[in-house]
Design a protein around this ligand. Structure first.
Ligand code: GLC
Length: 551
């Protein structure tokens, strides 16, 4: 197999949620100068690019995912000059910068929407999706991903507009060529500034089914990967393809079977996709365990769909929309916390694809013990909470669900030190800091050779310098083993095998002939207080990486 090299295949990514990363103005909200002040930290970690979630002007109903001006920086975060400095300084360190591109919808405060809603005849009316109501109220029964009807009535013009997310996030009308022209020129404007690519938000929702369509079993189906979306995506691809950039689409509703069409090496719309299959398998119910067999199957499906140079994967276990992986896929219990966080690093970092680490994941940050709904900021979580109360659930039971499921778990400020405000700010931040900052923080972990942080550094270093772990093929071993995830990577004669116990119990493996570990050299392990050379007996959450000995 000939290797088709690309910088975005070789680099390890790091997602920054700026509100919670580093605050230099001490207003309790992170900022661009905060990111600049931590570039050395990211360089030292081995990061090749950062993805910054939206920093554009926004009324912040959905924390920046409701954009009111695509070409301005939100003043809470800083200025355009500071952004340009950030870009320059990152580039000097060899770190590329990708931005969030939110083009399914805008804020209801965007000038296009203000115009659009001003009259039925306005020139911008068709920038959004308007429809007359029916005797039952809204034009149809579609529901929003954030809860409630997907339609909002506008008193002024007596029509409804569509919003797949919050009512303050009206959906743009992609059937209008003017909308596309405006968006595409904005994209070019950012790329001309020298940014290195985009994470493309909610892109599988840009095409809507005919409004007569009735919501079926999947209530989001009328606006999720609807046939005809290809035409819009092809146009978008033509804009992207002119440059050597990284593009990763957020692709809820796209299956591994369709992956080739979306990210095929030749004609795909994006370089890679954030798929939702493996991540939806996390444990929403405390009593339930991770279903290791299903988890491996979901990951393997995507690995195989894009194998042999057909396409490329985006690898992740965390982002700003889901709870912390160590809490959901691993264990917060003191005895298991560290080893499970390290084990989870190896479950995704060395697969075929580009790994994305979410801020705080590299130190093993956990879910937040939210006490009341007052502690919550996320709009979808609040809607969900009040819906639960409506159905008769009491507050404590509803809060228990929120603690396990809210995306605010991932949004608590980054824990840099054990100080009062975790070295993030000098005052109470916009979202409470996790009380476990004393045990989990960057400073302490930097000084502890056995820390999760230092383990991540080793894994990143290993991947950065090993072609076989980047470009090699992927093979799943022991697919039916209920505890162990065993996979191989191979490039010509160079072979690696990764063995991870994803359970709290000891696990023994009957490894196949070709992965007899006596013939292999141990490169990396997450346990140093355990008799490692127990060969085929694995301690809870034990994880090892081996390389085949070539004489
Ligand atoms: C994406 C973002 C999420 C946001 C939504 C609406 O799913 O990741 O944070 O709320 O799109 O823009």
């Amino acid at each position: 197999m000939t290797i088709r090299r690309a910088w975005w295949k070789e680099a390890v990514g790091y997602q920054i949620y700026p509100r919670s990363f580093m605050d230099t103005t001490n207003d309790g909200i992170g900022d661009l100068n905060g990111i600049r002040s931590k570039l050395d930290y990211l360089k030292d970690l081995g990061i090749g690019f950062i993805w910054i979630t939206p920093i554009y002007e926004s009324p912040n109903v959905d924390n920046g995912y409701d954009i009111s001006d695509y070409q301005k920086i939100l003043s809470t975060f800083g200025t355009m000059e500071e952004f340009e400095l950030l870009l320059e300084e990152a580039h000097e360190l060899g770190i590329k910068v990708i931005m969030d591109l939110v083009i399914n919808h805008t804020s209801n405060q965007h000038s296009w929407f203000l115009e659009s809603r001003s009259s039925l005849k306005d020139d911008y009316r068709d920038y959004y999706i308007w429809a007359d109501g029916t005797i039952d109220g809204p034009p149809n029964d579609w529901v929003s991903i954030f809860g409630g009807s997907a339609w909002e009535y506008d008193e002024h013009t007596k029509q409804y507009y569509l919003h797949v997310f919050a009512k303050e996030q009206p959906d743009l009308n992609w059937e209008n060529p003017r909308v596309k022209r405006e968006l595409f020129s904005m994209i070019d404007w950012w790329l001309d500034k020298g940014i290195d690519g985009f994470r493309v938000d909610a892109i599988s929702h840009i095409k809507k089914a005919p409004l007569e369509t009735i919501s079926g079993e999947d209530p989001h189906a009328p606006y999720k990967n609807v046939s005809g979306i290809e035409r819009h995506l092809e146009e978008l691809r033509d804009i992207f393809k002119k440059r050597d950039i990284l593009t990763v689409g957020e692709a809820n509703g796209v299956s591994a079977k369709e992956a080739y069409q979306w990210v095929g090496e030749e004609a795909g719309y994006f370089n890679m996709l954030f798929e939702f299959d493996h991540i939806s398998l996390w444990n929403r119910n405390e009593e339930e365990r991770l279903d290791v067999i299903h988890f491996k199957k979901a990951l393997t499906l995507w690995q195989e769909a894009l194998a042999n140079g057909r396409g490329w994967n985006a690898l992740y276990m965390e982002n700003h929309d889901i709870p912390r992986s160590v809490s959901n896929f691993g264990s917060e219990e003191t005895v298991f916390w560290k080893s499970s966080a390290k084990a989870l690093a190896l479950t995704f970092m060395l697969l075929q694809g580009t790994p994305f680490i979410y801020q705080g994941q590299e130190i093993g940050m956990t879910n937040m013990p939210f006490r009341s709904i007052e502690d919550i900021d996320a709009v979808d979580t609040k809607n969900f909470y009040y819906d639960m109360l409506q159905t008769g659930l009491d507050e404590e039971t509803a809060m228990a669900v929120i603690r396990r499921t809210s995306r605010d778990n991932a949004r608590t400020p980054m824990q840099w030190t054990a100080e009062e405000f975790a070295g993030f700010s000098k005052r109470e931040p916009w979202l409470k800091i996790n009380p476990n900052k004393q045990e989990i923080n960057v400073l302490d972990e930097t000084n502890d050779p056995d820390s999760i942080l230092n383990f991540y550094k080793e894994v990143i270093k290993l991947r950065n310098q090993t072609d076989a772990l980047i470009y090699g093929s992927y093979t799943l071993y022991l697919p039916e083993h209920p505890q162990l995830f065993v996979y191989g990577r191979r490039l010509e004669q160079e072979r690696y095998v990764v063995i991870i116990n994803l359970s709290k119990e000891f696990a023994s493996a009957d490894l196949p002939e070709n992965v007899r570990i006596e013939e292999w050299t141990l490169l990396l392990s997450n346990l140093n207080d355990y008799e490692i050379h127990q060969h085929t007996l694995f301690a809870p959450y034990e994880a090892r990486v081996y390389k085949y000995k070539i004489d």
